[in-house]
Design a protein around this ligand. Structure first.
Ligand SMILES: [Zn+2]
Length: 413
């Protein structure tokens, strides 16, 4: 039963539905709405109520039972990857602005994707030996029915990264992979860079199937998604002839993650500096909102809060790092100005004491983070957020890699 509990644990921990980073640049070029839903670790749910989690757990459990025993009656006949009939959709109809990664097992539990050549479900397949199979024209729409799939390029990576039914794998003693063979790894990177350059796709718009569809675990929990994007980030930073944070640390004999790291943000200069203790390591350009000056007071004011915070959550999509806002100082002020009620104030204080993650659903605003903002490298807009601190994608990934949770963040006017 350990496997079962572990699986449920994984599901609940990883698949709680939320949509943070509402200020992030979106594919529509709009900054005020969350264009795309994300699945992010439950740690980011802050003080979301317990009932939701319990309901979700029960639902996941029922779903698993259905998947295990319901195959004969249609279990897991889920629309994880839809394909149009061959010939039905070949007309160029969109310009890709994102890339979705799948693994060979992405048809979900109970199903297997074996016939690589016959499918129109993907644009590209990258086999274990590094061979790239082009399945459909880039501008063909192989997926149907969702706003991101039909604007994205789909790449299927051959391998078993745990996308398949976890129970079956445990029962059958199947080995789940955690890495790609070097030739395949290089082929994946080469193709991604080629497509990014061709269509001006930013690094942070390379996402996983699972980031958009709660019903699949594709390309699998063990797929080295962050490692892949971090590795590409390093290539991009090197190509831009900038120093790598990793190399700077190595030269100064500082181990990663940097345990005494501190981020200092200067809003008026639009700079973020990373320190190890008192040693300055590297300084980055940042983006803020259109009207960033002044302390954040409430939801929607587009301000970046000032003060001393810490990174309270991290998740790899867009290298998103949540700041511990609202803190006590901002809650005190909010209560005094009657922006929040006494009850909400108490909720904020209790949530911070409980797990260090301030309650994210009051009028003080939420989802203030530091993250990649989704522009091609070197072309970041510096006024596109609603209060978050934006970084060039590859630089966000390197900071994410080098700092641990609880890293102090000082934000100055
Ligand atoms: Zn998939």
């Amino acid at each position: 039963m350990n496997g079962v509990n572990e699986f449920i644990g994984i599901k609940i921990k990883n698949l709680v539905y939320q949509n943070p980073g509402q200020d992030t640049w979106t594919r529509d070029g709009r900054t005020d709405i969350p264009a795309r839903a994300n699945f992010i670790p439950s740690q980011v749910t802050g003080c979301k109520n317990r009932q939701t989690r319990i309901c979700f757990s029960v639902f996941v459990l029922l779903f698993i039972v259905w998947g295990l025993f319901g195959e004969g009656i249609g279990g897991f006949a889920l629309p994880t990857v839809y394909g149009k009939e061959p010939g039905e959709e070949e007309t160029p109809s969109f310009t890709p602005d994102g890339i979705i990664l799948h693994s060979a097992d992405c048809t979900g539990p109970g199903g297997k994707y074996t016939d690589f050549s016959a499918s129109k479900n993907f644009h590209y397949i990258i086999k274990k030996d590094g061979k790239v199979v082009k399945v459909a024209a880039d501008k063909a729409v192989p997926h149907v029915g969702s706003e991101f799939n039909d604007r994205s390029l789909s790449i299927l990576i051959e391998g078993n990264f745990g996308a398949e039914d976890v129970f079956r794998q445990i029962l059958q003693g199947k080995k789940v992979e955690t890495s790609l063979p070097p030739t395949q790894w290089n082929a994946v990177k080469r193709l991604l860079f080629k497509l990014m350059n061709k269509y001006q796709i930013p690094l942070s718009q390379i996402e996983r199937h699972i980031d958009h569809d709660v019903w699949v675990n594709c390309p699998g929990l063990n797929f080295p998604y962050f490692e892949l994007l971090y590795s590409m980030s390093k290539d991009m930073i090197r190509d831009a002839k900038k120093p790598l944070l990793e190399d700077i640390c190595k030269n100064k004999k500082i181990s990663i993650p940097i345990q005494n790291a501190c981020l200092v943000v200067d809003k008026s200069e639009k700079k973020l500096s990373i320190y190890a203790g008192k040693t300055l390591l590297k300084t980055y350009n940042i983006g803020l909102s259109r009207v960033p000056s002044g302390d954040k007071e409430k939801e929607g004011d587009l301000k970046t809060p000032t003060g001393t915070f810490y990174i309270c959550e991290k998740y790899p999509q867009r290298a998103w790092m949540r700041l511990s806002y609202p803190d006590k100082k901002h809650a005190d002020k909010g209560l005094e100005n009657k922006i929040i009620t006494r009850e909400e104030y108490d909720k904020i204080i209790a949530s911070v004491e409980r797990d260090g993650i301030p309650c994210q659903d009051t009028k003080l605003g939420c989802d203030v983070g530091i993250h990649g903002v989704g522009f091609p490298y070197g072309k970041m807009r510096t006024d596109s957020t609603a209060g978050c601190i934006a970084l060039e994608d590859p630089e966000a990934f390197e900071i994410y890699r080098c700092i641990p949770l609880k890293t102090q963040v000082i934000i100055k006017e």
